[in-house]
Design a binder for this molecule. Structure first.
Ligand code: NAP
Length: 438
């Protein structure tokens, strides 16, 4: 029997379990750990609440989860409640699928001023992550600035701009919906240090900005390169740039009909957050792009800001006893192998890039690595205790494990509490989640 521990129950974790299950069938036992009592990681806490069709992929993970050879072990913090070396004693291989839950830090002066928020916290807040449920961002100012030209920046800008009606069918948590209802934001400025040909936004997501009820996207025509140059772009990026061109062509009378403006401020590198206690502006330096890099021109200007959300990427959380690559913000690994017997997959392996689907081939390849190491006989004893050993350890330490069956009760309670038209009302604190299973 092969025993595999997977840490993290998001897409990378479940695709790895699916691949292992497919390869070894009844000859494998897989335990999927999560520090929270609820599964699915990024699907629940990262994917925007108004993107329900993307969240539908969790049904596929549930199929894997319901397999008898696969267990969900929620509410256990690996590295604290149980260490990785302890797991290595119990399982043939340990796979870290912990994602990248921490913000890449904004390191400019003033970044610690009030109402300057990282996307991990802001997204966690509107998605009901227990760690960020109490964030309470101040949305009473007129001007929001979102730093970054990726899909997370788009999510944040769109969520700030949507009307309550546009959240119909979304699982945005009540505290965020209440706060957004009272918000006074009139401008959302998306700041990018490079230009239209360097955006990371994908076409479908960017296109959504053009169809908002009360907000219109504004792009400065003079930021756009000569249209002929678009031909050199890869097709996805070319489509995204086409959206920017159509936003630049929106006539003033259409802008005037919409009370919220989502303005793109490109070639603008953040240099300082200005304010006294709380933020009042983001100071940026005008840039030019030279061989793909943003180069400062020495010209600075201030963008008014009552709220700044920095969406500039993520880092993995280190785990005690596991080699970590500080510079890259992920586990030190060679194509997913950290050491024989310890592996990483998904964002914990490659950093925060790609789509949810990218994690599927990632899961297959990490399982291939495990197979290679097993075949090579480098994983030590073949008679590890696996799940029985884990259960004994959990009992000894009085750890309160949340099972998949428990999760289904929590899920039922969330569905029962949903406001009209919404799929669920999430519990936003661990205590309520645990209470709901009984
Ligand atoms: P991202 O796509 O890597 O974009 C990060 C942005 O931050 C880039 O525009 C980058 O600019 C900018 N940036 C980085 N450091 C900066 C700094 N110091 N100052 C100013 N700007 C800075 O990351 P993301 O938006 O966090 O997305 C992460 C992953 O999740 C991506 O693969 C994304 O596609 C995916 N995602 C997908 C969806 C969806 O499909 N609906 C939704 C959300 C996220 P430079 O390029 O100049 O470095």
């Amino acid at each position: 029997m092969r025993h595999i521990a997977i840490i993290g129950s998001g897409p990378a974790g479940y695709y790895t379990a699916e691949a292992a299950q497919k390869l070894w069938g009844d000859d494998v036992r897989i335990d999927i750990f999560d520090m929270l009592p609820v599964p699915y990681g990024l699907i629940r806490f990262g994917v925007a609440p108004d993107h329900q069709s993307i969240k539908g992929v969790s049904r596929r993970y549930e199929k894997t989860a319901l397999n008898e050879n696969v267990r969900f072990i929620g509410n256990i913090n690996i590295g604290e409640d149980v260490t990785v070396p302890e797991l290595q004693q119990l399982y043939d291989s340990v796979v870290l699928a912990t994602g990248a839950p921490n913000d890449r830090e904004l390191t400019i002066p003033g970044a610690d001023l009030g109402n300057v928020i990282g996307s991990a916290a802001f997204v966690g807040w509107y998605n009901g992550h227990p760690k960020f449920a109490d964030l309470n961002p101040d949305l009473s100012g007129k001007h929001a600035v979102v730093i970054g030209m990726g899909n997370v920046a788009l999510d944040v800008a769109r969520i700030l701009a949507k009307t309550e009606r546009e959240f119909e069918g979304a699982d945005i948590v009540a505290h965020a919906l209440d706060a957004l209802r009272e918000a006074k934001i009139e401008t959302v400025t998306i700041v990018g240090r490079r230009g239209p040909h360097q955006i990371m936004m994908t076409p479908k997501e960017l296109g959504e900005l053009g169809a908002l009820e009360r907000a219109s996207p504004r792009v400065d025509q003079s930021d756009l390169p000569d249209e002929a140059e678009d031909a050199l772009l890869e097709p996805g990026l070319r489509k995204s740039v086409t959206h920017l061109r159509s936003f630049a062509a929106i006539p003033e009378d259409i802008h005037a009909e919409k009370p919220i403006e989502i303005a793109f401020d490109m070639f603008a590198s953040p240099s300082e957050v200005v304010g006294d206690g709380a933020v009042t502006a983001l100071r940026v330096e005008r840039t030019v792009v030279e061989t793909g890099r943003a180069v400062g021109t020495g010209e600075f200007y201030d963008i008014p800001a009552d709220l700044v959300v920095s969406c500039i990427g993520y880092r993995t959380s280190p785990i005690p006893d596991v080699p970590f690559d500080e510079r890259m913000g992920r586990f030190a690994n060679d194509e997913g192998r950290i050491l024989p017997g310890i592996y990483c997959v998904g964002w914990a392996r490659r950093g925060p890039s790609g789509t949810i689907g990218t994690n599927r081939p990632d899961g297959n390849s990490v399982v291939e690595l495990i197979r290679e190491d097993m075949d090579a006989g480098v994983l030590g004893r073949a008679d590890k205790a696996g799940r029985d050993g884990l259960d004994a350890l959990a009992a000894e330490r009085a750890l309160d494990i949340v099972t998949f069956r428990d999760w289904k009760k929590i899920e039922q309670a969330e569905e029962a509490a949903a406001r009209e038209g919404a799929p669920r009302e999430k519990f936003v604190d661990i205590e309520s989640m645990i209470k709901a299973r009984s």
